[in-house]
Every structure is written in structure tokens, then in C-alpha cells.
Design a protein. Structure first.
Length: 434
């Protein structure tokens, strides 16, 4: 190891051990308004931002403007499908009102009219190797559209602060309208040799997305409606939402702000987790040599995963203390439409096996499945088997929440986000004096 690298290793490992000791032995001590443990632990649980569109409760799960997912599946307009249209959720998050069927139809028409993707975006995508990770392509495509930002143009012209929300709203509407076309284009060029499917403007936003992906079954259209609704928002503290909020607080336009959020979503500890779930289940089935393992076989494999110092993907959540309502909504969909699917049945067996094992460890606050534990099995059933694409689907949905919240941030004139940091030397001195 070269001298600089060796020196860094030695110093960083020494400080790592000291930081771990601080958190364990003096974590409850207060540094101004937070504890040492919160300061060192990624600001976990610190209330420090306003987020209008949704709130996460540890017991009830996510609520969009006060409505639970089961309530939304009942109340939001469905058009000619069985699941709520995501357009209705966007309307609710933006104005805190359940829309009518006519309201949702108007919004669908608006997004159809705004859905033309700039030609340079397709050129940017074609310049990338087809085996480039879909999230990298997605972020590049979003960034390439920044030249069409209405906010960036109006700000350069000298727009007053009280008017910032207007061009942000226009950018948000345009960006959401274009995302299904972009995501489907990435999917078809990456996994189907560039055999693209033209949009069908007679369809609603989610159904048209399903069509462009390559599956026109009514069940898959409904799955896309459900998927894009339940993944739309998860209050403001999650990594992708917070990243978008932070970047937009600098008055970066919605394109750059959302692209930054998607870079955060691409991390294995966030949106990439849905990819990790399918990979883990696939590896388990390969190792066991069966597509229909017993609960005992699954339990043994789970124990092996834990003994290797690894986590069970899709299980555990930073906030939730019960099964994720988004998981349960997908389970309900599967029970109605594809209960005989082998992968789905494996997911359900894992659901029965994993929580008791994690509870037995005595260290896991939430042993229950989150949204990622089920989504992959549903997508695979309908032919979307390329799990490296799943996070792009997540990103299309998450746009609804972060962009509606972005409109609110600018309408309320929320300030540049700027937390205070300290050095380890400062903290060491503080703890020595405490």
C-alpha cells in the first residue's frame, strides 16, 4: 500500500473506533438540541424540515395528506381500471383535496400534451453504451432536459421570489409527463435491442407507461397504477426526497434537483434495495436447487445469510414498526391476480419465516417487510424480469411526491438548507469537558 493510502487507513481506523465509542458510551449527551448519537447517526429522527405532501407514522405507515394507502385505493378515481390513477394522488398531494374523475381526466390530458421528450435526450441516451446501468441512463436523461427548464429561464430574467412557484410548477408538470417515455425508452434499448414502442395517447399516464414497456394486459396496467401510486412519496426525510429538497433549496431548477434525488435513489441503502431483494431470492433458489422451497429450507438459508454478516434485503425499516402498508397493498393485488405464481409464493413464505428469526436476534426494532420485499415478484410475473431496471420504475413514481413538494417549498419561500457541522476534534473536546 502506498504511503498516503496507508497513512489514511491508519488514521481513519483509529478515529472510527473512537467515534464508535463516543456513540456507545456518551451517545445520550446533548450537543445543543441533539444528542451525540443523533449527531453521529445521520441525524436520525431529528425534526428539521417542512414537508407537506405525506407523513410517515411508525405504526400506521405512510399517509398522503392524512389518507392511508387502503383509503386511497378506495377513494382515488380509477377511471376504467381497478386501481387508483397516480394522477389523482398527485392532485391530492399538491392541493390537499381528493380529485374528481373529471379532475383526473384533465390532469391526464395535461400530461399527454406535455409528454414530448426533447430530441437531445434521445441522443444523449444513444451515446451511452446499452449496458450502462438504467439509473445512470435515467439521471443523464433528466439532466439533458435541463435546457428546457422554465424556472431556470425565468430566474435568469429576474423573477421575483414570490413567483418562484409558478415556473417550478410548469417544470414539475413537464418533467412528470415525460418520465414514462424516457424510462420505457431506456428499458427497450437496454433489454430489447432498441425495439421501441410508440406511446398510446388514448391511455392514462400509468397505462401508457405499461404499454410502452411492452405489456398491454389490463392487469399489468393496474399494477403500474398501483405501483406508481404507493411509491410516490415517503415524507421528506428519506434520502431521495431530502436530496431533491436540499438541492432545490439552492434554487437549482427542478430538473437538476430531481436528477440529484435520483442519484440518491440509486444507492443500495435506498431505492436499489428492490433490486437486491430479487437478487437475494434468486440466489437462494439457485442455492437450494428448487423454485418451491419449504419454510425450513428458507429459514436455514436466512440463518446462513445472517451468520455471514449480511442483511435480509427488503426487511427492516428506519421508521416503520409494523409491516409496510405498501407491502400489504402489493400482497393484496397478488392474492387477487397471481396467487399461483411461484415467485410470489416464495415471497409469502419469506414473509412468514424472516420476522420471527429477526425478532429472535433481539437487535432488530422492525423485523417486518418493507415495500421492496414484494414489488420484484409482481414485476417478474408480468415480464419485467430485468431487476436492474426496477429502481427506474421507483424513480418515475417518486417524481410525483418530490416535485409536488418542490412546488410547496418554493410557494412557502423555504430557505436554503444549511445544517451546522462539527469536527471530530471539536466533539472530542466537548465530550472531555462534559
Amino acid at each position: 500500500m502506498e504511503k498516503l493510502k496507508q497513512l489514511f487507513f491508519e488514521k481513519s481506523q483509529a478515529l472510527r473506533a473512537e467515534v464508535k465509542r463516543w456513540s456507545k458510551e456518551q451517545g445520550d449527551k446533548q450537543v445543543d438540541s441533539v444528542s451525540v448519537r443523533q449527531l453521529l447517526g445521520g441525524a436520525r429522527g431529528v425534526k428539521m424540515m417542512l414537508w407537506e405532501t405525506s407523513k410517515l407514522d411508525s405504526i400506521e405507515g405512510i399517509r398522503f395528506r392524512g389518507y392511508s394507502i387502503p383509503e386511497l385505493r378506495e377513494l382515488l378515481p380509477k377511471g376504467d381500471g381497478k386501481e387508483p390513477r397516480p394522477e389523482g394522488l398527485f392532485w391530492l398531494m399538491l392541493v390537499d383535496e381528493i380529485p374528481t374523475e373529471e379532475d383526473v381526466k384533465w390532469l391526464t390530458d395535461q400530461w399527454t400534451q406535455r409528454s414530448n421528450v426533447p430530441e437531445q435526450t434521445f441522443k444523449v441516451l444513444e451515446a451511452l453504451p446499452p449496458d450502462t446501468h438504467p439509473m445512470t441512463q435515467f439521471i443523464a436523461a433528466i439532466t439533458s432536459m435541463q435546457s428546457s427548464s422554465i424556472f431556470a429561464r425565468r430566474y435568469a430574467e429576474g423573477l421575483g421570489k414570490s413567483e418562484y412557484w409558478r415556473p417550478v410548477y410548469e417544470d414539475a408538470m413537464n418533467l412528470i409527463a415525460r418520465l414514462p417515455r424516457i424510462a420505457a425508452y431506456i428499458y427497450r434499448r437496454t433489454y430489447h435491442g432498441g425495439d421501441h414502442i410508440a406511446p398510446d395517447i388514448s391511455l392514462d399516464w400509468a397505462a401508457n407507461f405499461a404499454h410502452m414497456l411492452g405489456n398491454d394486459s389490463e392487469d399489468f396496467k393496474d399494477l403500474m397504477r398501483l405501483y406508481l401510486t404507493i411509491h410516490a412519496d415517503h415524507e421528506g426525510g428519506n434520502a431521495s426526497a431530502h436530496t431533491s429538497h436540499l438541492v432545490n433549496s439552492t434554487l437549482s431548477d427542478p430538473y437538476l434537483s430531481f436528477a440529484a434525488g435520483m442519484a440518491s435513489l440509486a444507492g443500495p441503502l435506498h431505492g436499489l434495495a428492490n433490486q437486491e431483494v430479487v437478487k437475494w431470492i434468486t440466489n437462494m433458489l439457485d442455492a437450494l436447487g428448487t423454485s418451491n422451497p419449504s419454510k425450513e429450507q428458507i429459514a436455514e438459508y436466512v440463518q446462513g445469510t445472517l451468520k455471514a454478516g449480511k442483511v435480509i434485503p427488503g426487511y427492516g425499516h428506519a421508521v416503520l414498526r409494523r409491516p409496510d402498508p405498501r407491502f400489504m397493498a402489493q400482497k393484496s393485488f397478488a392474492e387477487e391476480h397471481l396467487s399461483d405464481d411461484e415467485m410470489v409464493q416464495v415471497v409469502w413464505k419469506v414473509f412468514e419465516v424472516v420476522p420471527p428469526i429477526l425478532q429472535g436476534l433481539g437487535k432488530v426494532k422492525n423485523p417486518w417487510p418493507n415495500v421492496d420485499a414484494h414489488s420484484g415478484a409482481l414485476l417478474m410475473h408480468y415480464g419485467i424480469k430485468e431487476y436492474s431496471f426496477y429502481t427506474v420504475l421507483f424513480g418515475v413514481s417518486r417524481a410525483l411526491g418530490v416535485l409536488s413538494a418542490m412546488c410547496w417549498s418554493r410557494a412557502l419561500g423555504l430557505p436554503l438548507e444549511r445544517p451546522k457541522s462539527v469536527t471530530s476534534g471539536w466533539l472530542r473536546e466537548f465530550l472531555n469537558q462534559a
